[in-house]
Design a protein around this ligand. Structure first.
Ligand code: SAM
Ligand code: SF4
Length: 433
């Protein structure tokens, strides 16, 4: 089995994408190599998500399809947020007896040992820790990074906010911040090995605290003379400060884009969600950021159909989305999550939720188109992340995706591109030499 192949299927957020890189690191350290096709893999890992019901349905659907891989002796492993929910590992073990190893979020670092145990005994391993034994466990093996010019760096784990709809604090535990020196030395090493963009990860990066050091201290300390882009996610509107807005204007490395999830535009719903800000406070913060950085790219997460949401509440969301004018918006239908307070609130019917998401998507499509067309004629700096023949793809400082042709530009280069056309939200341009 050593020198065999592995295939990892990842569901959910960037946090999971990076965790899959860590799992890949563990497997590679044991001599396994990656393969694209599940049919070729000796080890198949599903790194799951449970933020919305659809994510869980997908996992079960996928498990049904890959069940047959057992016949040729592949080892099936399921880990991630879904298995960490109360009683979920037992349910999965019963429903899918063909799964060999089940782990939770706190013990994914043990996957190598579990594989050894399984190979040795032939007995299935179901082990889900209730909490993290040692935060450094998940940083012990070098991640096998797959995200091109970008490298993810965890600065913290868990969440203390308990938004009433959200399962994350239950499956990821309370907030734990990594030592600032460890983060800075990771950044330093990644830049030395050629990465051109670092994205700091946490559920609420603005509440990062280590000793007397805050998130904005960390951002300042990550400034170097090396040319690179520094990004972060996710920010919570209640914790973003004017200091951060100011830093955007002065920093040499911070990318001029901010993901600031608003979730809803109605104060009544924001309160029921336990978000700790009003629409007025949110809009004020956006105005402050725009004062410091007029060309800041803004994105957000918005949910429709939260329990008790009325047509009036929803119109407030549409109005806020219009007022802000997001470059990009991630839109979700509220999904009931067992064990969260919102699950016990009066629910909306499916049709109303579906109609509202359709209206929101339509409205945002028009906004994105308008913003994209405003970019025509401007010159922007692009970090090239992909190249097919002479066609290059990359992102501008404000996170807009841009395509252009160049024989000479290479992946990892920073180049200036003049935007010549916008089709819907897709920008194309000419490289300026
Ligand atoms: N920590 C981040 C924050 O506070 O914005 C986001 C974490 S969550 C994994 C990503 C997004 O999923 C949230 O911003 C929210 O819009 C959405 N989400 C979370 N729980 C949800 C639920 N029960 N139903 C639908 N969407 C949900
Ligand atoms: Fe979930 Fe809220 Fe924490 Fe984000 S801040 S992970 S939405 S509980």
């Amino acid at each position: 089995m050593m020198n065999g192949k592995y295939h990892i299927q990842t569901y959910g957020c960037q946090m999971n994408v990076h965790e899959s890189e860590k799992i890949a690191g563990i497997l590679q350290a044991r001599g396994f190599c990656s393969c694209d096709n599940v049919e070729d893999a000796d080890i198949i890992v599903l790194n799951t998500c449970c933020v919305r019901e659809t994510a869980e349905t997908k996992v079960y659907g996928h498990l049904g399809r890959i069940k047959s891989q057992k016949k040729r002796g592949a080892i099936l492993i399921v880990g991630g947020c879904m298995t960490q929910q109360a009683g979920a590992a037992e349910r999965l073990a019963k429903r899918c007896p063909f799964v060999d190893i089940i782990v939770g979020t706190f013990n994914q670092s043990q996957i190598g040992e579990y594989i050894d145990l399984f190979l040795h005994t032939g007995k299935r391993v179901v082990d889900v820790w209730e909490s993290e034994k040692d935060m450094s466990l998940s940083e012990n093996t070098a991640a096998a990074r797959t995200s091109g010019v970008n490298a993810w760096v965890n600065i913290m784990y868990g969440c203390n906010n308990f938004c009433t709809y959200c399962i994350v604090p239950y499956v990821r535990g309370r907030e734990r911040c990594r030592p600032i020196d460890d983060i800075l030395s990771d950044i330093d090493a990644l830049l030395k090995s050629g990465y051109k963009q670092i994205t700091l990860l946490g559920q609420n990066v603005n509440s990062y605290k280590y000793g007397d050091k805050t998130f904005t201290d960390l951002l300042k300390m990550a400034e170097t003379d090396v040319k690179y882009r520094l990004k972060f996610m996710t920010s919570h509107p209640k914790d973003v400060s004017p200091t951060l807005a100011e830093l955007f204007a002065t920093s040499k490395v911070l990318s001029k884009s901010l993901h600031l999830p608003v979730q809803a535009g109605s104060n009544r719903i924001l309160q029921a969600m336990n978000r700790h800000y009003t629409r007025e406070q949110y809009l004020d913060k956006i105005a402050t950021f725009r004062e410091f950085v007029p060309d800041l790219g803004l994105s957000s997460d918005v949910m429709v159909g939260f329990p008790t949401e009325t047509e009036e509440d929803f119109l407030q969301t549409l109005d806020l989305v219009e007022k802000v004018g997001y470059n990009n918006l991630f839109m979700f239908i509220y999904s009931r999550r067992s064990g969260t307070p919102a699950d016990k609130m009066p629910q909306l019917d499916y049709k109303t939720k579906q109609q509202r998401i359709d209206r929101l998507i339509k409205r945002q499509f028009e906004i994105s188109k308008r913003i994209a067309s405003n970019a025509v004629g401007k010159t922007v700096e692009i970090l090239v992340s992909e190249k097919k023949g002479d066609r290059c793809f990359g992102k501008a400082q404000n996170d807009a995706a841009v395509a252009f042709d160049s024989k000479t530009a290479q992946i990892g280069d920073f180049v200036n591109v003049k935007i010549t056309s916008a089709k819907n939200a897709n920008l194309t341009g000419d490289i300026i030499i």
